[in-house]
Design a protein around this ligand. Sequence first.
Ligand SMILES: [Zn+2]
Length: 57
Amino acid sequence: MSEDDEKIACHVCKKMIPKAAALHAEGAEYVYHFCDTSCLAFWNEDKDKEIKETKDS
Ligand SMILES: [Zn+2]
């Protein structure tokens, strides 16, 4: 099992992408992954105007 082969879902669009190629941003206690800069930008805007109401567990 190689980290290079690990796939994760984009936090915004849920597309599966290789973890090694993903963009990431650190939340309060979690690291979010994104397929590209547009999804990262979308999340950045979204989190600014929306108080965290839901939490993945
Ligand atoms: Zn995405």
